[in-house]
Design a protein around this ligand. Sequence first.
Ligand code: GSH
Length: 216
Amino acid sequence: MKLLNSVGPNPRMVRMFLAEKGLALPSDKLDLIGGENRRTPYTEKNPGGQMPALQLDNGAVIGETVAICEYLEEKHPNPPLIGSTAEERAETRMWTRRIELGITENIYNGFRYAEGLPLFKDRMRCLPEAADGLKAKARDALAWLDPLLAGKRFICGDRLTVADLVLYCCTDFAKGVGQPIDPSLKNVNEWFDRINSRPSAEASLDPDAVQAGMRG
Ligand SMILES: N[C@@H](CCC(=O)N[C@@H](CS)C(=O)NCC(=O)O)C(=O)O
């Protein structure tokens, strides 16, 4: 099994998940800025054309970060980052879905259609006219989340889960591209600092992140 890896907040999320699990995997590094992920042979393995992917020993390739983490959790259940009971897993999946649909996908598309346009305009259909609205939707969703985090260490209470890693890697990236967390969101900011102080946060940054000008 190996990770098809690159700079970027999504590959970082899987690296952070691996670090929290105490797992190390061999990896092949692709040049994301140069668009290697949008060409063959990568797109033959992952037609989604995005990073990262997990290549299994039987040759199958799993794309999509959360699907990769679900697979890794099934193979390496401890420490649980999705859950050890049906109830815990359902709670984690509920929050991960809310975070991806309401916050992170809007932040990422807001970036791709504005600051990221030079990189993305030839990779996908971009909607520059939607950028401001998508960023505003993400801000609204973070403001919605803020009171729900009151009194909680993590998004799922006392359990660190993949939901925290998805939101952390995105918001850490976002603050460098003009989408910082609103300083008035006390609970979200305190939650961010808690995740940011974990050794896995620093350890998951790609060695080329500074050169690429991104937290990822
Ligand atoms: N929904 C995907 C998103 C993956 C994604 O957006 N990856 C970025 C890197 S952070 C990427 O590949 N960007 C370059 C591109 O789209 O060409 C997942 O969860 O894996």
